[in-house]
Design a protein around this ligand. Structure first.
Ligand code: PLP
Length: 456
């Protein structure tokens, strides 16, 4: 399989090149030349596989420059860190099927992709005799999954900036108890915006970026999308009939993987896109209005976005693979903060997606109601999905993605049901452990100096 950019100026590159490039050099996103279709007979055969075996079979359709035995090893090691034998079990609760994507080391679905990506980077760096320093900013939740993806790996170091004393107890615990020598937690005396601006400025210094081989592990990397395609296929295989899949959505990365799986298998009737009050994608699906407004902080913080970084990939398919049109549209969007769509385009979108949103009180009510009715505790992100899924499932068998373990968000859960969820072993183990972090002022030069001293 060869890869190309949604903006048309990069083409005919290999999977490994696409992974190392991250963002396409023309400013677009990388996508495969085609989306392979999987026939009914193959699906039937796949339905007997374990999760890692399925991952290998799905990924191999997109990867032809890594020997099969090596790819198998990368996948097996990635999912050996999960605490559940089925990796992503599906449980029936009330009228819904919940696919638990939170059994990885940091208890959120990002582990499914980042455990694989960390292994893959290590493998590719070794093969190319290269090194990489990962740099990123986190408001709390995604940093830990990135750190667990990279910790202890050869030829890689990771620098994660978080706002000092402004992340939750559990987020801080998960990040700062990782004491591997290649992990650097930088607690910045400032806000999350300060952290993001520092990272942006450092990436903007191209000479510095090149000298220290700075890289990112953000959700635009094609390998992350690919690792996520697997669990949609896993869900499809559990049912005879076509299903709907409901996805608590932020950056459109997870649900875009669902779109690929829908095309591959033909067995996902619709994807249900659930947002919180940050509803740009809800407005897109229902009204063809993709326009930025300011970000509202909510109790489902990992969905608090306005610009969905993976959206451009879907635009490419919506525009019938017209890269020129994607490039023009994205440039216009950068200037005006808005994309509008024709009636015909909206019709097409509605063949792939349904969409609804949940306010914060909807979210708390859903946690309470679902707990009362089923005894099952939802985290606030999953609760957004469940609220919308119950509204839009129709008569279809519906699988809701559970994107985080409720114990990661004890305050919201307590507010909803009057008590905190039980702490899983993965959290209890961390309490009382040695912590390692470096407090720095919100000053780009100071952060650069730290990287100079500690980069590999
Ligand atoms: C990242 C995240 C999301 C949003 O996923 P996207 O791929 O950004 O759409 C939802 N829930 C949780 C818990 C997350 O960490």
């Amino acid at each position: 399989m060869r890869y190309k950019s949604t903006r048309g100026q990069v083409s005919d590159i290999s999977f490994s090149q696409a992974v190392m490039m991250g963002l396409a050099t023309d400013g677009g996103l990388l996508i495969p030349d085609e989306i392979p279709e999987v026939d009914a007979k193959t699906l039937k055969r796949w339905s007997r596989l374990t999760y890692p075996e399925l991952a290998f079979n799905v990924m191999r359709l997109f990867i032809d420059d890594i020997p099969e035995e090596d790819l198998k090893g990368l996948i097996d090691r990635a999912y050996s860190t999960f605490s559940h034998p089925e990796i992503v079990p599906i449980v029936k609760k009330g009228e819904l099927h919940i696919m638990e994507l939170f059994h990885g080391p940091t208890l959120a679905f990002k582990d499914v992709a980042l455990q694989f990506l960390g292994n893959l980077f290590e493998y590719l760096l070794e093969r190319r005799s290269e090194k990489m320093n990962i740099l990123g900013a986190t408001s709390g939740d995604t940093g830990s999954a990135a750190i667990y993806g990279v910790k202890g790996r050869k030829n890689m170091a990771i620098f994660i900036l978080h706002p000092h004393k402004r992340v939750s107890y559990i987020q801080e615990l998960q990040m700062t108890t990782v004491t591997d020598p290649n992990v650097f937690n930088l607690a910045i005396e400032g806000t999350f915006d300060d952290c993001q601006n520092i990272v942006k400025e450092i990436f903007g210094d191209l000479e510095f970026k090149e000298r220290y081989k700075l890289g990112a592990v953000n959700s635009i990397n094609w390998a992350r999308v690919l690792a996520q395609v697997v669990y949609y296929v896993w869900a499809v295989l559990k049912f005879e009939e076509p299903i709907r899949v409901c996805v608590p959505t932020g950056n459109f990365g997870n649900i875009f993987a669902g779109f690929i799986a829908k095309r591959m298998t033909g067995k996902i009737e619709r994807l249900i896109l659930a947002t919180n009050e940050n509803d740009i994608l809800y407005r897109f699906v229902n009204f063809g209005d993709y326009s930025i407004s300011s970000v509202v902080p909510t109790i489902s913080p990992s969905m608090d976005i306005q610009i969905a970084s993976n959206f451009e990939r879907y635009l490419y398919y919506l525009f019938n693979e017209d890269a020129q049109k994607v490039a023009e549209t994205m440039l216009k969007f950068k200037k005006t903060g808005r994309i509008t769509f024709t009636g015909e385009e909206i019709e097409k979108v509605k063949k792939d997606f349904l969409s609804g949103y949940a306010t914060q009180s909807d979210t708390l009510n859903t946690i309470k109601r679902f707990f009362d009715e089923t005894g099952y505790i939802l985290d606030p992100h999953t609760a957004v999905g469940v609220k919308v899924a119950l509204e839009l499932k129709g008569d279809f068998t519906t699988v809701c993605l559970a994107t985080a373990h409720p114990a990661k968000f004890p305050d919201a859960v307590k507010k909803a049901i009057g008590r905190e969820p039980e702490k899983p072993k993965a959290i209890k183990e961390l309490e009382g452990r040695e912590k390692r972090l470096t407090v720095l002022p919100a000053d780009t030069e100071r952060v650069k100096r730290f990287i100079e001293e500690h980069a590999i």
